[in-house]
Design a protein around this ligand. Structure first.
Ligand code: NAD
Length: 348
């Protein structure tokens, strides 16, 4: 196994690992550990080049620094990528080698699940490093993050309602959820319980029908769903749905959902502001999962009670973001970055 360093301005440590025996070709980026050791998922994709993988790992690790700074997890930002087709390259040897690579960071990088990496893969990784979180609940770890992400999003929506209407009352509010998978489905049920009128859209017709039959949600066609009049539009599917094409057609008062990278480009936060649509920055409102997993690292280990108490602060974080946005006349996206930078400055 050969580990080599890559010098990148603004990043604490970036390294590549090549292991001919297992076929591992991977990168780990630690962006910033001012607030604690870096935590971020491991993803596996058939990147066309190492440069493409490097671009991804740098962007994602920096994003984790900001996400954790705002969520106050006491952690920094890092990420890892394995270059290769998960359908062809996965093997126990590959993941054990990846564990040794993670271990070479001596705890400054802690890994977790991300795209194309599941708990069985992480269990193999954990054979060669202790710096892994998000294993199964049975093993004493924090388990599936999705219900916590959904719970955190709902907490965040409280701040959104307050900002829109001066009070937190879900009764009769029309909330449109795009994508009713692990997170969106859970969120839909919670919102209905709180009294909201829940509208759902997805490309999976069977899942839509199941949820409608069980909970009485209203189905909206996914093509053109953004033109649906509602109080809150909650993207919970893929990223980039907020763009030049959709923004003029939105008929919601706020965008607040769990999907990562909802804005196609940063400037779209300004376009939402210009249209008077309140945007809850994705990485602030979808932090429930990372907060949940971070609790594993507290002295005494994981407890759901401790996790919920911390996730409950998401609405306060959003209130701060909205306040900064108002006071400094900047988009909520810029305001979230400002809040993260402030917390990093305090930590330095
Ligand atoms: P998932 O795969 O379980 O669900 C996604 C759902 O979106 C599926 O039902 C899928 O059919 C649907 N979908 C895909 N394309 C669509 C489209 N064009 N229109 C409508 N529906 C579409 O994924 P998930 O775990 O629920 O995550 C959803 C989003 O939240 C992702 O962007 C993910 O990165 C983000 N997120 C998830 C977590 C978590 O804890 N799972 C944490 C933070 C962020």
């Amino acid at each position: 196994m050969e580990i080599s360093e890559i010098q990148v301005d603004g990043y604490e440590r970036v390294a590549r690992c090549r292991d001919t025996e297992s076929g591992l070709h991977a990168l780990i980026a630690v962006h910033d550990t001012t607030l604690g050791p870096s935590l971020g998922g491991m993803r596996m994709l058939p990147y066309v080049s190492e440069d493409e993988a490097l671009f991804d790992v740098l962007r994602l690790s920096k994003g984790m620094t900001y996400k954790s700074a705002v969520a106050e997890t006491g952690l920094g930002g890092g990420k890892s990528v394995i270059i290769g087709d998960p359908r062809e390259l996965k093997s126990p040897e590959l993941f054990r080698a990846m564990g040794s690579f993670v271990n070479a960071f001596e705890g400054q990088y802690i890994t977790a699940e991300d795209m194309n990496i599941g708990i069985p893969d992480l269990e193999l990784v954990s054979q060669t490093t202790e710096y892994v979180v998000g294993l199964s609940r049975e093993s004493g770890s924090s388990g599936n993050p999705s219900p916590y992400t959904a719970y955190g999003c709902m907490q965040g929506m409280r701040a959104v309602l307050e900002e829109l209407y001066g009070e937190v009352d879900f009764n009769g509010k029309r909330i449109l959820i795009q994508g009713i998978g692990a997170v969106g489905g859970n969120l839909a049920v919670r919102l209905k319980e709180a009294g909201a009128t829940v509208l759902i859209c997805d490309i999976n017709d069977q899942r839509l029908a199941e949820l409608r039959d069980e909970h009485g949600f209203e189905i909206v066609q996914h093509d053109g769903h953004e033109t649906t009049e509602c109080d809150i539009y909650a993207p919970c599917a893929r990223g980039a749905g907020i763009n030049d094409d959709t923004i003029p057609r939105l008929r919601c008062k706020a965008v607040a959902g769990c999907a990562n990278n909802q804005l196609l480009e940063p400037r779209h936060a300004d376009d939402l502001k210009a249209r008077g649509i309140l945007y809850a920055p994705d990485y602030v409102i979808n932090a429930g999962g990372i907060i949940n997993v971070s609790v594993e690292l507290l002295p005494g280990g994981y407890s759901e009670e401790a996790a919920i108490a911390r996730i409950d602060r998401i609405d306060d974080n959003l209130r701060k973001v909205f306040e900064i946005s108002r006071n400094k006349n900047m988009s909520t996206r810029s305001a979230a970055a400002y809040l993260a930078e402030e917390r990093l400055k305090q930590g330095r």
